[in-house]
Design a protein around this ligand. Sequence first.
Ligand code: ZN
Length: 527
Amino acid sequence: MSYQALYRKWRPRTFDDVKGQDHIVTTLKNQIRLNRIGHAYLFCGTRGTGKTSVAKIFAKSVNCLDPKDGNPCGECAMCRAIQDQSSMNVIEIDAASNNGVDNIREIREEVAYSPTEGRYKVYIIDEVHMLSMGAFNALLKTLEEPPEYVIFILATTEVHKIPVTILSRCQRYDFRRISVEDLSERLREVIEKEGMDVEERAVRYIARSADGGMRDALSLLDQCAAFYIGEKLTYDRVLEILGAVDTEIFSRLLRLVAGNDITGCVRLLEEVIGQGRELGQFVTDFTWYMRNLMLAQTTDHPEDILDVSTENLARLSEEAGMIRPEVLMRYIRVFSELSGQMRYSTQKRVLLELAFVKLCRPQMERNYESVLNRLDVIERKLEQGVPAASGAPFRQRGGNEESLPEAEPEPALSPAQAKDVKKVVDGWQEMISELDASAMFMLKDARVSAAGEGQILLAFTKEMNKGYFDQEAHKKAVEQAISQRVGKQVGIVTQILKEGDRRSGLFIDPNKIHLENVEFEDEDDPF
Ligand SMILES: [Zn+2]
């Protein structure tokens, strides 16, 4: 037997198999049970939401010799004939290729003959919005006085193109996009019946990528399974096949953007391209990531609307606290615009790099959100005691110089002693509380300990985070913040924490601080 695509093979056969359209299914089943069947139905909704499948089940049900609670039995002669498309009672027409008046006239002539077997002739007209005006008028005549034994089911993705005269004659049903939950459930059923081995995270990613369409969900699963026949389908493999990247990358990217690090962004992009990822998909996924972040930031119970794991939710909430909503909205706007431009561009990479520049350099844009973004940067600088601009505008040379103080060189603080260093380690969270969001974020990865000689050791698990503080400006910012707090000159040194290296120090957890054998070499310092 030739290979049959999953979405064909697992097309729902009864109303109860249909996922995510309960409101429609229940009504139709009731109509069949109570024998109150209409003559014209309009099924609207985006592609892959089950319009044609439901139309076919309906056609079977109304003709079934032994319907069960509104569902077709699937076993009688009528059900079987319709299932294998040999029944004369179900006529499928694709309006995209049969959109002329003549096509509809043919139907009108045919409609005059009652069915030779079964109760109803069901005409399913797919993509009905493609009919010409003449064809619609011809159809209208039939809809006005349909014979008892005829049912029309018109399906469309673009209901606004259907003339009102037609609309008013039909019972309208709006097919919803299917939720990730429902899609995942159906995928799991199919996976089990097919004897496939698929990681749960992979299932959810496929469901999310399908964007509300069951057909897309099953096609994606098909596509992924074909790559690894007989092997376990993991999340990573799915990402690879679909050309997508892991959310960890987005988290990194966001931190780079928040830190206005264009070089870092471009490097990360290079890495993504090196992995052979599709840039259009990358932009879509990152936009989605930021959207989740925004919801985590602005709603009271994000878990109700966000489709992410508990661990991801915790990380999202944490990141949400790092960026102001207005700034995030600007990011999302820039990326949504980009998404549209990417589709037809041959210079995807350049467009993406341009977007990074826009995000990291709000001063280059002149709209309201960018101004807010810039204000945010200035506010933070002021909070940290850095002058907003060098060279005060009111400075007057000569004359009354004493009326305005000279920009004083930073007072030289005396080097920190062991007890000062201990103070810093103990009060670490407070020490860094006024740093900017990206620095604070990266410091969450740091274990803090005393390094002697008036220095603090920051040990990172991630190379990227260490690299950030190896940059002179970022390092200085931390040193200044700490030094101001303790009133002594404190330096920092960085290092990478090796696997299993539980050196003395602190692990800074987002919310709590654990003290782990902090060792101070000269604890009995006389001071
Ligand atoms: Zn039957």
